[in-house]
Design a protein around this ligand. Structure first.
Ligand code: NDP
Length: 451
């Protein structure tokens, strides 16, 4: 039995139902770093893998709050502080009913590698709650955020752990969380990123993940000798922060985005989606995409109920490139087969681990360029670090400066990943390149700081 197979067998034993998705993320990394482990035995002697797959700590707490009917509600709150070898723990908060320890371990684990790839000094973490902001009033969201921060504030700080947003946590939630932190501690400091601009948020933070995905894709297409995005048809899934800003940047550079989706259905609009309307429906009214078709009867709305369980309508249309930007494991082997048959040239992951391992295998075996999330969507956390720098020096950077720095960071990540893949004999494999480059940076820091 080879080294990698032994590692997987060992980890398999520890697997439990809730940890399935964490295991999926871990398995990908272990496979990728095989050549590195075999070429340098320091990583084994220092037990880097064993130490890296166990979070430094998992904080779990009760969140009690009053709803608008003055009834008491109780939710679970979590913060998984995974690894701080490279800097303060850093990673988003997710508010969604599907949040549990396993999901946050997977996201925190991915975050360590993503943050390392930026070349900046940030460790990895993730947190959140099974609270569902959907259908809640503004006051209820505010009361929940206050109660959540009452516990969380004990464990975070600008040099300790700096949370940000994720699914269900946008600038409204970050604003309420920050307000409560200030009330409790009397400190005006960069303890959260993604804050509203008026109290220390960075320009371009809301756009950063989506814009960054497009900057990364442009760089990858250039390196792989493929045609640029201008005038090309693209499919995007999701209709949240990452999806909307991916669409915005794609449209700005002349690509035609024909799809978007939410948890209830998909919109196909072959003339290109109407972003202004989309933002009104999703950002302002927090409504359903079904409404889009009412304004544009020539577009097509496909409810989730009309689609087979293992495939998704958003991926059945011909396109040059696909940008899955909704959630984990949203693009299956059925979807990958549809995309490949329709001639897809590249896939860039905006969401965290949105493609299943089977889908990825199909893309790679059919020569589709594949940009993995931990590299392609690192723009959000990079601009979060820019926000931390601005807060620490009490300065404000203009839009052009942040945009230029984001673009440079994404191009550097792309180049680093491509070069690493070439160095380790897997040229063109951006998954292995990303995993090896980031693992090396984290592992070297862990070796140098001792245990
Ligand atoms: P949002 O909450 O803003 O948006 C999520 C979107 O995905 C919503 O439109 C939601 O639909 C849709 N969605 C959720 N589940 C499904 C599903 N099963 N099928 C189809 N659509 C679905 O989250 P973000 O845009 O912030 O995050 C999206 C992804 O990007 C996540 O994987 C996140 O971890 C990742 N990410 C986010 C970063 C950020 O800066 N925000 C940074 C890096 C990664 P509905 O409106 O119906 O709820």
């Amino acid at each position: 039995m080879g080294l990698v197979e032994q590692e997987i067998k060992r980890f398999e034993k520890r697997q439990c139902e809730e940890d399935f998705i964490f295991y999926q993320a871990m398995e990908e990394v272990i496979h990728s770093i095989k050549p590195l482990l075999e070429s340098d035995d320091r990583y084994r002697r220092y037990a880097i893998l064993d130490r890296l797959i166990v979070p430094d700590r998992i904080i779990k707490f009760k969140v009690q709050w009053f709803n608008d009917k003055n009834e008491i509600e109780v939710n679970n709150g979590f913060r998984v502080q995974f690894n701080n070898a490279l800097g303060p723990y850093k990673g988003g908060l997710r508010f969604h009913p599907t949040v549990n320890e396993g999901v946050l371990k997977f996201l925190g684990f991915e975050q360590i590698f993503k943050n390392a790839l930026t070349g900046l000094n940030m460790g990895g973490a993730k947190g959140g709650s099974d609270f569902d902001p959907k259908g809640k009033s503004d006051f209820e969201v505010m009361k929940f955020c206050s109660a959540f921060m009452t516990e969380l504030h004990k464990y975070i700080g600008p040099r300790i752990d700096v949370p940000a947003g994720d699914i269900g946590v946008g600038s409204r939630e970050i604003g309420y969380l920050y307000g409560e932190y200030k009330k409790i501690t009397s400190r005006y400091e960069g303890v959260l990123t993604g804050k509203p601009y008026m109290f220390g948020g960075s320009l371009l933070r809301p756009e950063a993940t989506g814009y960054g995905v497009v900057y990364f894709t442009e760089a990858m297409l250039e390196l792989e000798g493929k045609e640029p995005l201008k005038d090309k048809v693209c499919c995007v899934s999701g209709a949240g922060n990452v999806a909307l800003h991916t669409i915005e940047k794609l449209q700005a550079i002349g690509a035609i985005v024909v799809t978007c989706s939410d948890s209830k259905g998909t919109i196909y609009d072959k003339r290109g989606v109407d972003l202004e309307l989309l933002k009104k429906i999703k950002e302002v009214k927090r409504g359903s995409l079904e409404e889009y078709a009412k304004y544009h009867p020539e577009s097509k709305y496909i409810p989730v109920s009309e689609y087979p369980e293992d495939g998704h309508a958003v991926w059945e249309f011909p396109c040059y490139g696909a940008f899955p930007c909704a959630t984990q494991n949203e693009l299956t082997d059925v979807d990958a087969t549809n995309l490949i048959e329709n001639g897809v040239v590249f896939v860039s992951e905006g969401a965290n681990m949105p493609c299943t391992p089977e889908a990825i295998d199909l893309f790679l075996s059919h020569g589709v360029c594949f940009a993995p999330a931990k590299a392609a969507n690192a723009g959000g956390v990079a601009v979060s670090e820019f926000e931390m720098s601005q807060n620490a020096s009490m300065s404000r950077w203009n839009y052009e400066k942040v945009d230029e720095m984001l673009k440079t960071t994404m191009r550097q990540i792309c180049k680093r990943v491509a070069l690493t893949a070439k160095e380790y004999g897997v040229e063109g494999n951006y998954i292995d390149g990303a995993n090896i480059a980031s693992f090396k940076r984290i592992a070297d820091a862990m070796i140098n700081e001792g245990i």
